[in-house]
Design a protein around this ligand. Structure first.
Ligand SMILES: Cc1cc2nc3c(=O)[nH]c(=O)nc-3n(C[C@H](O)[C@H](O)[C@H](O)COP(=O)(O)OP(=O)(O)OC[C@H]3O[C@@H](n4cnc5c(N)ncnc54)[C@H](O)[C@@H]3O)c2cc1C
Length: 422
C-alpha cells in the first residue's frame, strides 16, 4: 500500500497504540527489510522522499541492465520473473520494485524526507524529524537511504572557469544530447565505463575516458557462467587466493589493453574490492577501447578556462565533461551526531548489528560486495528483520511482565482502599 503523506504524521493512532518500526528509504534495501518485518508480524512503515518506490532506479541511464543475474538479484519473498531475461533491464527493475511493494502490502509513505534521527529522551525508541514538520516516533529504525546517495564531484581547481558542460554521471540518461560532441568521461568504475561505451555506440563525436587507477575488468559471464556466481563462491575463500585466481583468469579472459592505455592492474581484485573498488563488468568497454572509439587518457587534475588539465600535463578541450566520480553516503545530517559513522561517513556496523550506543538503529545497503549488492540487501533484509523481531518479542515479554506486576499491585491495593473508604 503506497500513500502520499499530506499532513504531519503522528507516532501512534488509536488503531495502532504501539509506534511502528520505521524504514527510511523505499529502494530495494528498505523494501526488503519492510517485507521481511511484515512477514514476521512487525508493524513497519517505509518513509520515501520521492514520489514512488525505486527512485534511484527510475533515475538511472536508459541502457542500464543489472550486471548481476536475475536469479541472484531478487528480494525475499518474490523472485524476479523469468520473462525479465537473464540481465534485467532498468525499467523491469522498477516494475519489479513496484510489484514487490504491492505483493507484500507494504505501508510506504512517499514524499517524506527524513532529515534527522534522534534517540527518544527516555532511551526507549527513536524520533525521526521529517519534511512538513513531522516528528515521528518509532520503536526501531532501519536506515536504507542508499550507497549512491549524493553525487560526488571532486573539488577540481578551476572548475568554475570551465566553459564547457560539466555534469555528474547521475544526471546522464542517454547519448542523444552528446551527438557529434567531444565528451570526456571521468572515472573508470562501472558507471563511467558503461557511459563511455554508450556514448561511443550512440553517436558522440569523440569519447575519452580519464582513468586514475586502472580498474580490474571482468567479463559479465564466460561460457554462460556469470562472474557473479564466482564472486558468491569467492566470499568464503581467503582474499589472497581469490586475488591469485582472478589474476590468472583475467589474463585468459581479458585481452591486454596496455597499448590502449589500460595495463593490467598490479593489485589483486579481491584486495581492491575490500577497499570498496568493485571490478568493472564489461558491457562494451573492451570492444570500444580496442576499436579506438573510447580513448583512455590520464586522470583529471583541474580546469583552466576551456581546457581540462590532465595528470600527465596534457590539456584537452572537450565540449562536455561527465564526472563518473561516485557518490557519498550523505548520512552525516541524518545520524552523524550519534557517533555511528566512521571517518569515511559509513556506518560503523553492518548487517543485523546496531551500534552499541544506538540500540534499535540499523543500516542496510552501505557495503558494496563483489557478490552483488541486491543479493546482499536480500540477506540484510532477512537478518535485520529477524533481529528486530526477536528484540520486539523480548520487549513484549518484558511489557507483559510489567503489566502483570502492575495489575497485581492494583489488585492487592484495591481492598485496602476500599477498607479505608468504609
Ligand atoms: C548504475 C548502478 C547500477 C547498479 N547495478 C547493480 C546490479 O546490477 N546488481 C546489484 O546487485 N546492484 C547494482 N547496483 C547497486 C545497488 O543494487 C543499487 O544501488 C540499489 O538501488 C541499492 O538499493 P538501496 O535500497 O540500498 O538504495 P537506493 O535504491 O538508492 O534507495 C534509497 C532510497 O532512499 C530514498 N531516500 C534517500 N534519502 C532519504 C531520506 N532522507 N528520507 C527518505 N527517503 C530517502 C531515496 O529516494 C531512494 O528511493 C547498481 C547501482 C548503480 C548506481
Amino acid at each position: 500500500m503506497t500513500e502520499r503523506a499530506e499532513q504531519p504524521d503522528e507516532q501512534s493512532s488509536p488503531r495502532h497504540p504501539e509506534p511502528p518500526v520505521y524504514v527510511v528509504g523505499g529502494g530495494p534495501g528498505g523494501l526488503a527489510v519492510a517485507a521481511e518485518l511484515g512477514r514476521r508480524g512487525v508493524r513497519t512503515v517505509v518513509l520515501e522522499k520521492a514520489d514512488a518506490v525505486g527512485a534511484s532506479w527510475r533515475g538511472h541511464y536508459d541502457r542500464l541492465r543489472l550486471h548481476t543475474t536475475r536469479r541472484l538479484s531478487g528480494l525475499p519473498g518474490l523472485p524476479m520473473p523469468r520473462s525479465f531475461g537473464r540481465w534485467v533491464r532498468r525499467d523491469d527493475v522498477v516494475r519489479y520494485l513496484e510489484k514487490y511493494a504491492e505483493v507484500h502490502r507494504l505501508d510506504v509513505v512517499t514524499g517524506v524526507e527524513v532529515s534527522r534521527i534522534e534517540r527518544e529522551p527516555d532511551g526507549g525508541g527513536w524520533v525521526l524529524y521529517a519534511s512538513g514538520g513531522r516528528r515521528l516516533v518509532g520503536r526501531a529504525v532501519v536506515v536504507a537511504t542508499g550507497y549512491n546517495h549524493t553525487p560526488r564531484v571532486p573539488d577540481w581547481p578551476g572548475a568554475g572557469t570551465y566553459q564547457g558542460e560539466l555534469g555528474h554521471a547521475g544526471a546522464y540518461r542517454d547519448p542523444a544530447p552528446y551527438a557529434e560532441k567531444d565528451v570526456l568521461v571521468v572515472g573508470a568504475g562501472n558507471t563511467g565505463a558503461e557511459i563511455a561505451a554508450d556514448l561511443a555506440e550512440g553517436g558522440a563525436g569523440r569519447v575519452r575516458l580519464a582513468v586514475r587507477t586502472v580498474p580490474h575488468i571482468v567479463r559479465r559471464s564466460t561460457l554462460g557462467w556469470p562472474s557473479q556466481r564466482s564472486a558468491v563462491i569467492a566470499r568464503r575463500l581467503p582474499v589472497k587466493l581469490v586475488d591469485l585466481a582472478a589474476g590468472v583468469l583475467g589474463r585468459v579472459a581479458i585481452p591486454d589493453l596496455s597499448k590502449h592505455g589500460l595495463p593490467r592492474p598490479d593489485t589483486g581484485l579481491a584486495s581492491r574490492a575490500r577497499q570498496g573498488a568493485v571490478p568493472v563488468l564489461d558491457v562494451g568497454l573492451i570492444a570500444a577501447v580496442r576499436s579506438g572509439r573510447v580513448e583512455i587518457v590520464a586522470a583529471v587534475e583541474g580546469f583552466d578556462g576551456g581546457r581540462v588539465v590532465l595528470a600527465d600535463g596534457s590539456r584537452i578541450a572537450p565540449d562536455a565533461v561527465i564526472a563518473a566520480t561516485g557518490y557519498r553516503r550523505g548520512l552525516e545530517g541524518l545520524v552523524g551526531h550519534l557517533g555511528v559513522l566512521d571517518e569515511r561517513g559509513r556506518p560503523r556496523v553492518r548487517r543485523a548489528r546496531s551500534p552499541r550506543s544506538a540500540p534499535g538503529l540499523y543500516f542496510t545497503g552501505y557495503t558494496n560486495p563483489l557478490s552483488g549488492m541486491l543479493l546482499e540487501l536480500a540477506r540484510d533484509g532477512r537478518k535485520i528483520s529477524g533481529r528486530i523481531a526477536r528484540r520486539e518479542a523480548r520487549a513484549s515479554v518484558r511489557r507483559g511482565r510489567r503489566e502483570a506486576r502492575a495489575a497485581e499491585r492494583e489488585r492487592r491495593s484495591a481492598p485496602v482502599r476500599g477498607a479505608a473508604q468504609r
